[in-house]
Design a protein around this ligand. Structure first.
Ligand SMILES: [Fe+2]
Length: 436
């Protein structure tokens, strides 16, 4: 067993504070390398040292978790003890299920209406809630295909009361959309046979420091450093705080539409580096050997969704480190501008206040998302299933492959309403107008 001082120091040196949150609020852990103890425990006495097993822990910091009688104990986060990393992921040949959908998701709508439910948009730009007594596990193949399209069109679709959805059914639904991604570094459920499930978890041992990060930089798209980053992603929350710890999704289609034409053309010509190295570094105190070694990948800055044909800004502050082919100062300026654009577009950002049993299904290709960090010390626990999608397609590639013009979300909306597109501020437009 490592000594208290040595182990604590080594974790703090390896892990950036603010990511693992081993700050002044956390207890000092001693890692038990012998695997003698089942799990760690915490105490209110700051001087007392906590014995933990890093492969059998709960929370971002090593702690006691929700207690013995917790009904979802088998899904608490766990890091299997690895002797070596898995090889890099293979290439997956993926045909998007949305390509088989009815253009108006009519079969899904009929399924919902037949059960007295309703498909209801949350905002104009993003978010749809499916109301009524709808069980995701009852969807047939056609309804699932329509759901893939609806999620691609609306960015994120919500369902309440999915208490009967088992993790097996959630994985089956995910596999309909694509092969399930296995996270390179995150914990998987304690049950042990669910290495394609990500555990989303926070409790009284994972106090965030809200002064350590800006809200804008928390917006991210999941694991975009992968060669084939996820598409139709399914998160179900098992346990939620009474209030707080919401999630927000911001539309990449709408960010694209908000830009000037010269800026759109400029960004369409660029690629960016997406890096998994920071995320891997943030876990070195927990997983000494990650499932996969970190990688960096180059993706187009503007990608086209293969089903909707809409252009979307595909950068996020979580993983994008650099634009390629432009000087560093210009790269930072543009990436910061885009980061703020995602965080500031109140008309294209939808917010969900979770109840236990809720499911959100989002298209990770065309939205960035972020949780709020306001509900500490409440318990929040969920399971995410994350299917791979295609390797991101640039505007040029999409138009060459399909012979079709890639589209701008706002222009399409104006067309559908039969109104003229706006002039993107010709100098004569009226200045701001407040509305309550
Ligand atoms: Fe995420």
């Amino acid at each position: 067993m490592a000594t208290a001082t040595a182990t604590t120091t080594s974790i703090l040196e390896q892990v950036p504070i603010g990511t693992l949150k081993l700050n002044g609020h956390a207890k000092k852990p001693v890692i038990n390398d012998d695997n003698e103890h089942d799990s760690g425990h915490s105490t209110d006495n700051d001087d007392e040292v906590v014995i933990v097993d890093p492969y059998n822990y709960v929370g971002e910091t090593f702690g006691s978790g929700p207690g013995e009688n917790y009904p979802f104990a088998q899904f608490l986060p766990h890091n299997p003890d690895r002797t070596e990393s898995d090889p890099v992921l293979p290439h997956f040949d993926i045909q998007d299920r949305g390509l088989k959908a009815h253009p108006n998701a009519a079969r899904l709508r009929a399924f919902v209406e037949a059960r007295g439910g309703k498909v209801k948009d949350k905002l104009i730009a993003i978010g749809t809630v499916i109301e009524g007594d709808i069980k995701l596990e009852d969807l047939g193949e056609e309804e699932k295909d329509d759901l893939a399209l609806l999620v691609a069109q609306r960015g994120v679709v919500f369902f309440r009361n999915q208490h009967s959805l088992t993790i097996e059914a959630q994985r089956d639904l995910g596999r309909h959309f694509g092969p399930l991604h296995k996270h390179a570094t995150y914990a998987t459920p304690k049950r042990g046979d669910l290495d394609d499930v990500v555990v989303v978890y926070a409790d009284h041992n994972s106090r965030p420091d809200p002064f350590a990060f800006t809200r804008a930089e928390l917006f991210h798209s999941d694991v975009t450093y992968e060669v084939q980053p996820p598409g139709t992603t399914i998160l179900r929350l098992l346990t939620t705080p009474e209030v707080g710890n919401d999630t927000l999704w911001s539309s990449g289609y709408a960010v694209y539409s908000s830009l000037s034409r010269p800026m759109q053309i400029y960004l369409e010509s660029l690629t960016a580096i997406h890096s998994g190295f920071d995320q891997a570094a943030s876990r070195t105190g927990i997983s000494k050997i990650p499932r996969r070694q970190p990688i960096e990948t180059v993706h187009p800055v503007i990608r086209v969704h293969p089903v909707t044909g809409l252009k979307s800004v595909f950068v996020n502050p979580g993983f994008v480190t650099r634009l390629i082919g432009v000087p560093k100062a210009e790269s930072e300026l543009i990436l910061n501008f885009l980061k703020d654009a995602f965080a500031q577009q109140t008309d294209a950002t939808v917010r969900w206040s979770w109840q236990s049993g809720d499911v959100a299904i989002w298209d990770n290709r065309i939205v960035n998302h972020s949780a709020t960090f306001d509900a500490y010390p409440s318990l929040r626990h969920g399971l995410r299933v994350t299917p791979h999608a295609e390797t991101p397609i640039s505007v040029e590639e999409y138009e060459a492959q399909t012979g079709q013009k890639a589209k701008d979300w706002l222009e399409e909306r104006h067309k559908s309403l039969g109104i003229k597109p706006i002039n993107r501020d010709d100098g004569k437009t009226k200045k701001r107008a407040f509305r309550d």
